[in-house]
Design a protein around this ligand. Sequence first.
Ligand SMILES: [Zn+2]
Length: 187
Amino acid sequence: MTGRSHLLIGGFAVLCAMRWHILSPEPFSVCTGLLGSLLPDIDTERSMLGCRVKFLSRFLAKAFGHRGLTHSGLMLLVIAAISQGLMGPESLRGPWGALLLGAATHIAADLPTGGCQFLAPLSRSRLSLWPYVRTGGIGEIMLLVPILCLLGWAGFSGKGPVAGHVPPPAHPSRLRGHVLKDISFSS
Ligand SMILES: [Zn+2]
């Protein structure tokens, strides 16, 4: 997929996760989520991110190949598990969690557009869900539109405002006080 498509999917997914209270709603998390959605393609200098750090992307391409270790779903799971173990589950609700989610959407979106080494470094074979969609082609747009519609729908049907922002129900004793005051006025 192109960098623009990855940004769109990553951005929508992060906003969706905030709406569902999986991520805490922080503007910085949107930035890290967008960065994460481009991060796996740092292994090619032809990508949006790779062309800005050519030295690093050339090294990664030589060492692991394009769509190799940086596109490993297994590695991402291991990193998430280590982060949770070292920093606690709350660490995955902030900007770091948004970055990992962005990277996860990138890997998921690359599976139907050529595939990637999903189980690297355990296996170097490419996992591909739908090998006929060409990056940047009409097939990519046909894939992108339903994904964005699905994420948009999931975002709209989210859990609404953060639980802490909902006003607490009136205390029964306060309610009784109002009723008594009303009664004394009317008599
Ligand atoms: Zn990629």
